[in-house]
Each structure stands twice: as C-alpha cells, then as structure tokens.
Design a protein around this ligand. Sequence first.
Ligand SMILES: *Cc1c(COP(=O)(O)O)cnc(C)c1O
Length: 377
Amino acid sequence: MENNYYNSYFKVDMDTVVNNYKIVKKHIGPDTDIIPVVKGNCYGFGLVPMAKLFVERCGAKLIANSAMHESVELRHAGLSCEILIVGGIPQHLLHGAVEYDLQIPLFEEVTARRLNALSGEARKKTKVHIKINTGMNRLGVKPGQNLENLLNLVKSFDNIEVVGAYTHFVSSTADYYDPFTLEQFARFQEGVSQIKAAGFSLQYVHCCNSAATSWYREAIDYSTHVRSCTSILGHMAMEDGREPLGLTEPVEIGTYITNVHQIDTGDSVGYSRAFIASEPMKIATLSVGFADGFYPGWMRKQGPVLVNGRRTRFLGCCMDQAFIDVTGIPCEIGDKVIMVGRDGDEQITTWEMEQFCENTFEFLYGTLGHRVARIYK
Ligand SMILES: *Cc1c(COP(=O)(O)O)cnc(C)c1O
C-alpha cells in the first residue's frame, strides 16, 4: 500500500534533468551518444523513475548500472531497453544476465565459459562488452597476450556475442588533461584495435565518464558513447568545482520543523550534551537524522541549512531527529527547512555540501535511504 507520510524529501526537477541531458548531448556532438549510468539508486535520485526518464524522455537506448540486483529491478519495472552492468558480478548470479537479457562486462575466462554454457542452455546469445584494464586495476583485461587469449576463447563459443569494449578513467575528475588519463586512453585504443583486428565489430566503444566528457574531445570522438550521469544530474565532477557545460542542479532536499523553543546559557542539546549554549538561543528540532542516510558530519559538524530564506546551522543530530539554531529567525512548528536548494535569495548547492562534508555527491546522495521521499516534478 502506498505510504506518503514522509518526514523529509528529495525533490528532482525532471525538466532540468532532461535539459542537462540535451546540453551533454549537444556538447559531445551528433556522432556520439550517451549511456546514462543509474548505479547506486541513480546516485540516490531513484533508480526506476530516473531510468524511465532517460529512456522515455531523453531517448537513451542503453542504460548502465553496477549491480545485477538493480538491473533485475529495472526489468521488473517494465524497462525493455538494453541494460549493461558495468560492475563485478558474483558467479552465482550469472544466470540472471541470461534470464533478463542483460549485457555484462567480460574480461576473464571463468565467466566466459560459464556464460557460454548458461546461454546455450537457455538457447540465447548473451551480449558482452570487453572490459579493458587500462590502469584502474579493478576489473578488466590488459591489451596484449591476455586479451588475445580471451578473444580466441570467445571466438570458439557460439553463445556469447561481443558487442562492445570499454574502460574507466582513474583520475579524470582531478584535472583537465591529466597525464594518466591520456595514458589510459592510449592503452584503451590499443585494446580496441586488437579486438577489431581479431574480427569483432564493435557497436559500443566507450571510455569517458562525466568529467572526461567535459574536456577529452579526442576520447569522445573516438567513442560511440560516453557513460555519464553526474553531469546529467547537474553536477560536474571536476575537483575544483569548475562546471564548463552550463548544467543546472535539479535537486531540493528538505524537511520540517517539529519543535521550536528557547534554551538558556549552559543548556545542552541532544545526546551526550554534544552542544552547549554559550548564550540564550532559540533552537528548532527537525524530523530528519542520520538513519535517513545523511552523512552524520553534515549535522554534527554544524552544516548549513536554510529557514524561511535565512541561512543558519545545524547543532547536532540523532538517529531520526536533528537540531538547528534559529536564534533571531522568524519560524514556527511546521515550517519547511531546506538542506540543499534555494530559499529566497539564499542557496545551498551540492558543491557546497561536498566541500563541507569532504565527500562526493555520489556518497552524500547515494546513501540516502527510502525514508527520504523522492518527489519528481
Ligand atoms: C559511475 C560510473 C560512470 C559514470 O560516472 P559519472 O562520473 O557519473 O559520469 C561511468 N562508468 C563507470 C564504470 C562507472 O562506474
């Protein structure tokens, strides 16, 4: 049964997301397309609604995520587009790729043999993208003899179809023209050439994430697709906060005041007397806490918050409730409080919270739990 009784919310402006998608598409040009990555509950934005938006309103043909569980969830939700898993797959789940027609990374022989057998049993061909290890050393096969051996094995199989090749950059967010990224791209081209020379035609060749997409023209033009999400979600991931494409943040995170009262000098707030007032204050209690998945430091280290257009700070948090300083700010029980977004002339951006929490937005939003209502405008 639907339950709309939420203490806090995460509101996504879908038109803004669609517009960001268009900006990224225009930037990469007509000959390259986008594979939106919806991993980690689409970075906390909500797996199914965001995937549907990318397919139905943005025209994405292939979407990627990291885990079999999420891919299956997309199928159960009725998505019939191509789906690629870019993360590692536990062997005992491999049959899911066959059952749900998912594309998976291939880079070693154990999976190749098993996938070929499982696909054969189901009388299907499973599509794979050869994952090339160019320096991340997470998943992938290195160009050269290892790749040659894998390609020879796959050629002897009837039930695996190689449709793509990809790699992932290690530090493209750190700097424009990061020298290691250039090295990785060279290794990727070596691998792709080797795959083509072995007689495979590749429908998908992809290496750029959002950050690389912002600057690495040569890699974009070499590829059929970029794998992107951060940018589409309005957040360019360059470490220094530069945002060269003109993207807009679609997010508002908010909650509500459940109590307002005065405290005196020396009064403490919350468990363990974590905050002690050095002067008389007005404080408010909010219906949000770290059990909602908010990074605890956001509230404990006195992160910013907006109340009726005024900027103030958290004083601490518990599992399900938090405290803010509202001294001198007109407010009452029931008022909305903005944790990220705009309120009057004030704004708290995702970038500001990343700096404050010393954490990435993938972490800050990807950990938000189901008690934070995802609302789509
Ligand atoms: C997360 C991820 C992406 C997308 O990264 P963004 O920075 O959101 O563009 C692309 N490829 C792989 C393998 C990923 O894990």
